[in-house]
Design a protein around this ligand. Sequence first.
Ligand code: PMP
Length: 358
Amino acid sequence: MSRPAVVLDTVLDAVGNTPLIRLDRLAAKHGLKCNLLGKLEYMSAGGSVKDRIAKRMVEVAEKEGKLIPGHSVVIEPTSGNTGIGLAMACAIKGYTVIITLPQKMSLEKEAALRALGAEVVRTPTEAAWDSPESNIGVAARLQREIPGGIILDQYRNINNPLAHELTTGPEIIEAVKNTPSTAQHPSSGKVDVFVAGAGTGGTISGVAKAIKKTHNPDCVVVGTDPVGSVLALPETLNAATGSYIIEGIGYDFVPDVLSREEGLIDSWVKTSDAEAFAAIKELIRSEGMLVGGSCGSALAGAFAWLRTGEGKKIAETEGKNVVVLLPDGIRNYIGKDWFLKMALEAEPSPLAQTIAGI
Ligand code: PMP
């Protein structure tokens, strides 16, 4: 599964194959005895976990004859990362791309999209998913009006969860299986817990399938969902409404590719922006990982789950492997107020005070 030391044909060959890395400092800080492991998706060529589905959706559509060079216009509603993956693939393959992007998504994502040659149409964040003004509604209208317009549709396309069942999941399983148990790092040799946020739900559904079907049927899969979104079960968890800042996770509808009812996702945890920001800061400061917003939600959800009930037992057991999916990097959000505040308005350190006095 590791990337071979050879010359790659295109940047699409550098999608996925991301590292699984110990979060030992955070585990110690939070009193966890289990192995806490982060799957670092910003190491993929386009900078996020969504490169994988973009690549697969484009390649399969080409094979099925649905994409015609010189004619097809790829249109997709996204929170940005799927768009970046699609624009990357289409830059190489020569397809025109239009991305419909809710206003709340970062300027950094829009800039990356435009740099890759995509057109970007901003839509109101507050528009309900099924209204004509939403990014989904606008994409549908553009598809009807633009000759050659095609929506690959990450919300319904089976190649979204399949990309994760065939790549993300197996990479995690192989990494855990290939890492021997040692005195310093005892290991069960299995993925015991998998934690991920859900947007379309493709990542969590596909990885859960790979792990439960081929590796460990007893693995506990934990979904994290922002307060204000409706993806968690039981429904009572979703009582609080409202907006949230973290991008890429949570929705006001349940996408088809999120397998909520099939026993794949065992537990859901709701997370707030404040918890996510605190967890991002910890990941960056303690583990040196330049992760994006939804990584904080996933990690905060993991900590919350590991504090009670079955989670607490696992947290206290040496050798249990708890994998947290970290979807993108901070460079998608570097100009966002929440990040600049975190990075630049910290309490002056003793070192800064010393420097000021020199
Ligand atoms: N985090 C970020 C930053 C994302 O862009 C996405 C995709 N919308 C997700 C998490 C969730 O991934 P999925 O759509 O596979 O549930």
